[in-house]
Design a protein around this ligand. Structure first.
Ligand SMILES: *Cc1c(COP(=O)(O)O)cnc(C)c1O
Length: 386
């Protein structure tokens, strides 16, 4: 099925709702049954029948179908946040006494899940430099159950070899999980390399309009059924139908938005590369990125997120530079319509908020949908302060 067909038509059974072009927001918590036969059938499989919106909801089901097709998996669950999807994927596959191997620099709240929450339930972890498969192999213990990847991560964009990781996980009977938020389903499909569970912060590219917090979990039928019955229904971190309708709308333009951000980021990176105040650029397709060949092997593009280390001799100048920037909003998150900057000088001294190897001259940029030349004018003007 083509990408356009998935985004514009898949799952939209218009004859069930008055031939409406846009699907209705089925804003109902509950569903009724005409007779006991229907009642029993629904109770035998809440994943596919409409019983109660904490399990299944028609609007949410349309979104799930589209996302599963985008990642090339059999099924999908959606959650009230990306963190919720990550937690469900991990918690659903471990029990007390188990061990998790994780690449060394995951998203901050994934880090929190492994370091702070899971140890309370006697689940242990090892963080490893995942740029070398041998480190991952060496960290696997007899009680290891999960291999957790984030490739690329969203600050320095380190990658893991997905094909090699999937093979290693299979050999040792581990469930492989990847956070695929950076690349989006448009530029990378980890299930095609054999990864078991693909999670996303749908808050980023998938919704793309900075107005919904949403999590996505794509996997095979059996895994989705298992996680539906335990982590989704029990912990209850579901996406409501109204938010689901907003995400369906956001998805219509996913390829257009991601390709635009990608092209604009490349335009700006070329300009920055030639600028004397730029020391280094982090971007998986940058010619000096240490894992360029691997990135090109498993990704079709990178999108709009990259980091820059500027050349400057004082924190004061760095602060002046940041304050001179007018067209990038200073904020966390990314993947929406608006361009953003995340200067590490804002948090590098706060304990636990930044990796020690990230210097204060470092700034992450997200390129949204604005004219890249208009953004460049702003950056070039601000760099005079450095
Ligand atoms: C934002 C983000 C998350 C968390 O997603 P929320 O939707 O904010 O809960 C997880 N992983 C990555 C890589 C992210 O950027």
């Amino acid at each position: 099925m083509s990408l356009d067909e998935i985004l514009i038509h898949l799952g939209e059974e218009r004859d069930q709702y008055f031939q409406a072009v846009s699907p209705p927001v089925m804003q109902s918590s509950n569903f009724v049954f005409p007779d006991l036969t229907a009642f029993r059938a629904a109770f035998s499989d809440e994943l596919t029948h409409h019983v109660y919106t904490r399990g299944n909801n028609p609007t949410v089901a349309i979104l799930r179908k589209k996302l599963a097709a985008l990642e090339g998996t059999e099924d999908c669950l959606v959650f009230s946040s990306g963190a919720g999807a990550v937690a469900a994927a991990v918690i659903g596959n471990v029990q007390a006494g188990d061990h998790i191997v994780c690449q060394q620099a995951p998203y901050s709240w994934t880090n929190h899940l492994l370091r702070k929450l899971l140890p309370r339930f006697k689940v242990d972890h090892s963080f490893v430099d995942g740029t070398d498969i041998n480190n991952i192999q060496a960290a696997i213990r007899p009680n290891t159950r999960v291999l957790y990847l984030e490739s690329p991560n969203t600050l320095t964009f380190e990658c893991q070899d997905l094909e090699a990781c999937a093979a290693l996980a299979k050999k040792h009977g581990l469930v492989s999980i990847i956070d695929n938020s950076y690349a989006s389903p448009i530029f990378q499909n980890p299930a095609s390399f054999g990864i078991d569970i693909v999670v996303h912060s749908g808050t980023k590219y998938i919704n793309g309009h900075s107005d919904v917090v949403v999590g996505v979990l794509c996997a095979g039928k059996a895994m989705v059924k298992k996680l539906f019955e335990s982590e989704l229904m029990t912990l209850g971190g579901i996406l409501g139908p109204h938010d689901a309708a907003l995400v369906i709308r956001g998805l219509r333009t996913l390829p257009l938005r991601v390709q635009r951000s990608d092209a604009s980021a490349q335009y700006l990176i070329k300009k920055l590369d030639a600028h004397p105040k730029v020391a280094k650029i982090w971007y998986p397709f940058h010619p000096e990125f240490p894992q360029l060949a691997l990135a090109k092997k498993q990704m079709r593009g990178c999108g709009g997120l990259f980091s820059v280390q500027f050349k400057t001799d004082s924190e004061e100048k760095m602060e002046r530079f940041v304050h001179r920037i007018e067209r990038f909003l200073m904020a966390v998150s990314w993947g929406g319509h608006e361009s953003l900057m995340l200067p590490t000088i804002g948090f590098y001294q706060i304990p636990g908020k930044a990796a020690p190897e990230i210097p204060w001259q470092f700034c992450r940029f997200y390129i949204g949908l604005e004219d890249p030349e208009w953004l460049w004018e702003d950056l070039a003007r601000a760099m005079e302060a450095l």
